[in-house]
Design a protein around this ligand. Structure first.
Ligand code: M3L
Length: 289
């Protein structure tokens, strides 16, 4: 099982995450809080109340964890393709896999990475939703969680070990098909602009990676909203009875538009993050090729 894809996935995931975290913080707040009138209102209030640091809340943890999740995603994807087509990453330019194989490998990677992602994503969402400024006015209550480790311990103590996997089923439904779409979109766009047998140019990789991110997030956004709400439910004691109950009650209370909250910011974030992720992944593997 080639290891370099896992290492390249780790590094490229960390690079993409740092670039995209501020967008992600705005998205999570729009999805789970009703105090913001939109993206700009959320950004202005966050900056005024918490300074630039407010956009990077909850990032220390994902740097290591989401990078690891990306490592699992790309490593499982590439090794599933190796199992399906008996071709390595380098050989696939000369012997491109079918889109069915690419979709299958992407779904497999998407399914497996969920069970690494779930606890880290839960902690990230909980920390991102803490809107207290770092320099708190005297007498104001401290944030519930002091940091990612305290958040993890608190969830474990208050909600039990299964509490750390709150939202995992919604994540599975969100990520499995959409990561198949992610890799198919990337491969299809690369092949449209690259001669047979050639490596795609840096510009092609950037554009294909960016649009792969947008395509997958556009399809994933409705379940992304449900996932974030299920993850926050444990805190607010507003227990949903599951994905379907959360979907129905959210639609009843806020209309179908609720399922597309965060789509614009998701797409704005997805292009640069995934352009950088795929470019660094491709060029690390080529340099090690
Ligand atoms: C499957 N889903 C659409 C949720 C994510 C697909 C892109 C994942 C990428 N690491 C990013 O952070 O954008």
């Amino acid at each position: 099982m080639p290891v370099e894809e896992f290492v390249a996935g780790w590094i490229s995931g960390a690079l993409g995450l740092v670039l995209g975290h501020p967008f992600d913080t705005v998205k999570v707040r729009l999805q789970t809080q009703t105090t913001y009138r939109g993206i700009i209102d959320c950004m202005v209030k966050t900056y005024r109340h918490e300074s630039l640091l407010g956009f990077f809340k909850g990032m220390s943890f994902p740097i290591a964890s989401i990078a690891m999740v990306n490592s699992v995603l790309f490593g499982v994807y590439s090794n599933t393709l190796l199992a399906l087509t008996a071709t390595s990453h380098q050989e696939r330019r000369a012997q491109p896999p079918s889109y069915i194989h690419v979709f299958t490998a992407g779904c497999t990677g998407g399914f497996v990475q969920v069970y690494c992602l779930a606890p880290f994503d839960l902690i990230k969402v909980r920390l991102q939703n803490q809107t207290e400024p770092r320099a708190r006015p005297p007498g104001s209550p401290p944030p519930r969680y002091r940091g990612p480790v305290h958040c993890a311990v608190s969830i474990f103590q208050e909600e039990g070990p299964r509490g750390l996997f709150r939202g995992a089923w919604a994540l599975t439904l969100r990520d499995t098909p959409t990561l198949g779409i992610y890799f198919v979109t990337y491969e299809w766009l690369c092949r449209q602009s690259t001669r047979d047998g050639q490596d795609p140019s840096p510009a092609t990789v950037l554009v294909a990676g960016g649009f792969a991110g947008i395509a997958s997030w556009a399809v994933a956004t409705p379940l992304d909203v449900i996932k974030s709400r299920l993850q926050m439910a444990g805190l607010k004691r507003r227990a949903y009875r599951g994905v379907l109950d959360c979907m129905v009650s959210s639609a009843r209370q806020e209309g179908l538009g609720v399922f597309f909250r965060g789509l614009t910011i998701n797409s704005a974030r997805a292009f640069p993050v995934n352009a950088v992720t795929f470019l660094s992944y491709e060029y690390l593997l080529r340099s090690w090729g």
